[in-house]
Design a protein around this ligand. Sequence first.
Ligand code: DGT
Ligand code: CA
Ligand code: CA
Ligand code: ZN
Length: 596
Amino acid sequence: MSFNSEIADIFEQMAGLLELTGANKFRVNAHAKASRVIKDLTTDLEPLAKAEDIKELVKLEGIGKGTATKLVELARTGCIAEHEELSAKVPTGVMAVMEVQGLGPKTVKMLWEEKGVESIDDLKKIIADGSIMDLPRMGAKTVENIRASIEFLEAGGTRLHIGLAQRVADRFVELLENTRGTERVAFAGSLRRGRETIGDVDILVVTKDPDAAREAFTSAEEVTQVLASGETKCSIRMSMSPTDRRFKGYEYVVQVDLRIVPKDSWGAALMYFTGSKEHNVRLRERAIKRGMTLNEYGLFEDDGSDPTPPQQRGVKPIASKTEESIYKALEMPFIPPTMREDRGEMSLTEPVQVVEVADIKAELHSHTTASDGKMTIEESAEIAKSRGYHTLAITDHSQSSAVAGGLKPDRLREHMAAVREADKTIKGIKLLAGSEVDILVDGSLDYDDELLHELDVVVASPHVGLKAKPAQATKRLLKAIRHPMVHIIGHPTGRLIERRPGLEPDMNELIAAAIEHDVALEINAHWMRLDLRDTHVRAAVEAGALISINCDDHSPGDYDNIRFGVLTAQRGWLTPERCINTWSAKKLHGWLKSKR
Ligand code: DGT
Ligand code: CA
Ligand code: CA
Ligand code: ZN
């Protein structure tokens, strides 16, 4: 684990521990915020902390003096005394109980103090013998939900990859679209914001027939449990067993929330349930400053002095039907869902035109049957063409990737000839002969320079040695970036979301080198990778680096992953000019040739 991840985890734990020991909200939030800030940082904190350079540390946005001091303490002693003290006060099992969905710190504290619950097993016992019902606010329904949440947790049901959550959302959106009375339906929450993992799927519906919507939703065949079926909110759990390579055999439990919202509040509800929570808080603050109240029913001319919400007093909203109208009334530009994270978007005075799927005109990383892909050159070309792309680069694996059928130099030359031949016969798209060349452990490339020079496109990617120390990883990747034949660094960290962390290089150094050497950094669009991740993209965009969004296609369906790559790009505020896949054929081909 890198120093940054370690410290972020410690702060997150401290927030929980503080909450459990009854510290004030301000301190709890400060620690949670510090954890969030550090998770987003692209600067490696370890060297600064080791050098005890508080002055440099506090220059980083979101790092105050208190946090900086703790960073130095961790680097010097290997732990943080305050964290140790807090941990000593709370049994580790109690922290585990906090992980159960729906149990807040107040309840966990009560369970611990009143019933001696110091582990999930303790909690299961008092549910089984019914003694949990002695506690205040513990009805049969609540207890049943706690029981189900424990099951959910123990089934490994934490956060779901966006690609899997999207399928769940698409399924329920379609179901509701085909239900009597439905006027509008959409997914919201973290899925709409394009986060790489999703806690639960949120769906909103406007309907003339709420009973039909409730019925359709709660009785869908995949549903294993109905958590709630109320006037405005229904909640279900379902199980999902993906058949994708690498996900076979996994069984996921997914929660889906459905909100039935009034037609006239559509925009306000969509905005509220899209979040993020942090963005919503900032929006409400902005409304209050203007003497207005913002909630999930609309934006009201109302100073909030009356405890009854304005819509219940018959006050008409000044904006509520569309998100656009609400942002406008708040006198700020429209913020795309992907940018609603309280990462600086509240200070924008002009809209940012982030890249969209329709802007993508080239795929520069794809595999065929020549290595480990399932498509021929021709099949892949037809799909790329049907998506309106002007260019497709065929980039099969290089010789060291033996398990992926990497090509020996002779085979590569034959394959290049085949690509160029296909390019002559297939009209309407330019096929480029490329390679996904392994970046070897020492940072050198998997083919000699002479051969690299013959390739139209070189995507250089790390595939092995992904547990290297950060400093080693930085050195290795820098060497590849500085290689004059390299166009794109493919999936730079090699991480697999929720599976392996991959390399943790100093991203700022890589970005600076990529700019200097005119190399594009990839956002690998596969939902299992999303590598670069959103925060890395943001750092690259701010520094002015070029980004390439690629699907790394192995089979026809992989082309659809472009949506997740684009969402990640948007979360990094990427505009089309900086994304080489949006360039005209002339500009792109010219840029590629400039390295030959
Ligand atoms: P997730 O499900 O953990 O991936 O993340 P979200 O963002 O989908 O969160 P979720 O499902 O708990 O709630 C959906 C949205 O509803 C959230 O992004 C913002 C809004 N929301 C929920 N609870 C609150 C709240 O207590 N305060 C505010 N301001 N907004 C909330
Ligand atoms: Ca959610
Ligand atoms: Ca939810
Ligand atoms: Zn690849």
